[in-house]
Design a protein around this ligand. Structure first.
Ligand code: ATP
Length: 315
């Protein structure tokens, strides 16, 4: 769907995107993450041909924009960081304008359906100038979808939305993905990314430092998980016994509470509970704690750790 090779961008001698290699397969929801100034919007600008690349190539559907600009643009939908809405048009007229450009069939039905799905049906006859920022962002998403594109590129699509709006856009992304659409979504909202994205790429200072599923990134950063066990009562010798298990790295005991560090692999909660039960203990609560995406993101970007190359990038 999208392939970039050795993509670079420099401004006045300063490189802000360095040798970027992205590969997004059809049907994926790809989360594009990075701290402020990492180079995400610049990359998206280069993918869309809005920002000229200093070096490298971008291929969408196997072709460069230069080879087939109109064909490619018909097959993608874009929501930019800033919405450029025409204040005097109504929401309906705004979408109708873009639907007209793309020759959308059954334009009226399609537009009202999208307005409805984004919770804007009651506002379709209002001028866009009277829309709040969040409403304008939703309208931008409707515009990106109006011609039913195969690939959607969304730069911070929910930054102005309230919790209901965020959930609505999440459901929309998941539903459109089930219908076969591919997504590249740049976002700082890591809880949303964790709920929607199949794979993520983490950029920092212009370089891609990690690219994988959230689970695999977690596993690469921190092998294993921490399992917290609460026993009905203290069980003498259990910490030392647990340490003999091949998948246990560490055990700390504090009265009836145990903290068991396990190696990477499957969820070992059932094995641990059975082991304790066999030794006469009663487990009243057992919970597995994994590194959150936020913790992984902060660890990677603050320390500039590369999970793609060997170790740490230059600081
Ligand atoms: N037109 C420009 N001229 C000079 N430098 C620029 C220009 N546009 C972007 N930059 C620089 O490129 C770097 C990457 O910016 P970019 O907007 O791509 O980051 P981002 O990851 O999208 O950040 P954010 O999360 O804040 O939107 C920043 O250091 C920025 O200052």
């Amino acid at each position: 769907m999208l392939v970039t090779e050795s993509l670079c961008k420099s401004y006045h001698g300063k490189t802000v995107v360095k040798n970027l290699k992205l590969h997004i397969a059809p049907g994926e929801i790809y989360g594009f993450l990075g701290p402020n100034g990492a180079g995400k919007s610049t990359t998206i600008g280069m993918i869309l041909g809005i920002i000229p690349a200093t070096a490298g190539t971008v291929r969408l559907f196997g072709r460069t924009l230069g080879e087939d600009p109109i064909g490619i643009k018909r097959r993608i939908g874009v929501v930019g960081e800033v919405q450029h809405c025409y204040a005097e048009m109504t929401g309906y007229e705004y979408l109708s304008f873009f639907a007209g450009l793309f020759g959308v069939a059954e334009r009226r039905r399609r537009i009202w359906e999208l307005l409805d799905r984004l919770g804007l049906a009651g506002d379709g006859r209002l001028p866009v100038g009277a829309y709040s920022q969040g409403m304008q962002q939703k309208l931008g998403i409707a515009r990106a979808l109006v011609h039913d594109p195969e690939f959607l590129i969304l730069d911070e699509p929910v930054s102005s939305l309230d919790p209901q709006g965020i959930k609505g856009v999440r459901d929309l992304i998941l539903e459109e993905n089930r219908r076969g659409k591919t997504f590249l979504v740049s976002s700082h909202l890591l809880s949303e990314v964790e709920k929607t994205c199949h794979r993520i790429g983490i950029m920092n200072r212009g370089r891609l430092l990690a690219e994988d599923t959230v689970d695999d990134i977690r596993a690469k950063l921190c092998s294993g998980a921490e399992i917290q066990v609460e026993l009905a009562e203290e069980l003498t010798g259990i910490a030392a016994a647990l340490k003999t298990l091949p998948f246990v790295d560490s055990v700390t005991a504090n009265g009836n509470l145990l903290m068991v560090g396990t190696r990477s692999g499957p969820d070992f909660r059932a094995d641990i509970a059975r082991f304790i039960l066999d030794r006469g203990g009663l487990v009243t609560r057992i919970a597995r704690r994994q590194m959150s995406l936020e913790e992984a993101f902060v660890t990677i970007t603050e320390n500039n750790i590369s999970l793609l190359h060997d170790g740490r990038e230059e600081r």
